[in-house]
Design a protein around this ligand. Sequence first.
Ligand SMILES: [Fe+2]
Ligand SMILES: [Fe+2]
Length: 186
Amino acid sequence: MDVTRERAWQTLTRYTKSESLLRHARAVEASVGGYARRFEADEETWRATALLHDFDYEIHPTLDQHPQDGAPMLREEGYPDEVVEAVLSHAEHLALPRNTPLKKTLFACDELSGFVHACGLVRPDGLATLEPKSVKKKLKQPSFAAGVQRDEVYRGAEELGLDLDEHIGNVIESMRPISGELGLRG
Ligand SMILES: [Fe+2]
Ligand SMILES: [Fe+2]
């Protein structure tokens, strides 16, 4: 099969109706897509993988199902191992090796994109003037966006081999152009 972000979007929206989950998928897609360009990787495949990483979360909302029960569904649809294995590897509880740039990037962008989104939602100008410094400050406030696993944010940057400031800056920059779709002002 030809992996395209369009096809991945179709798969995602067949199983996901929640606006917030769709926004999460779009935010992670933007961040991973930014890195695909930066690393000169296959942007279409990387974007598709990002869109699909939580595609089954609505039908498999618990860790004994997500994403492991979604993976065979993706295989059934014809997505290649590269995509399916990356989707599986974003889940910490499966403890799979993140041994490709795509796997490392997806993991590094998953929680952080959600966190940057949360930062943008409480600012009058969304992401327009958001800087890594203020994201880092908020990361140290446990009550802010409490669902975001801080250790995964820190480890993600490490595994990617990037300084946290640089990684946060990249994610903000990648998400800015889709602020409107993410429900952010600015
Ligand atoms: Fe997930
Ligand atoms: Fe996610």
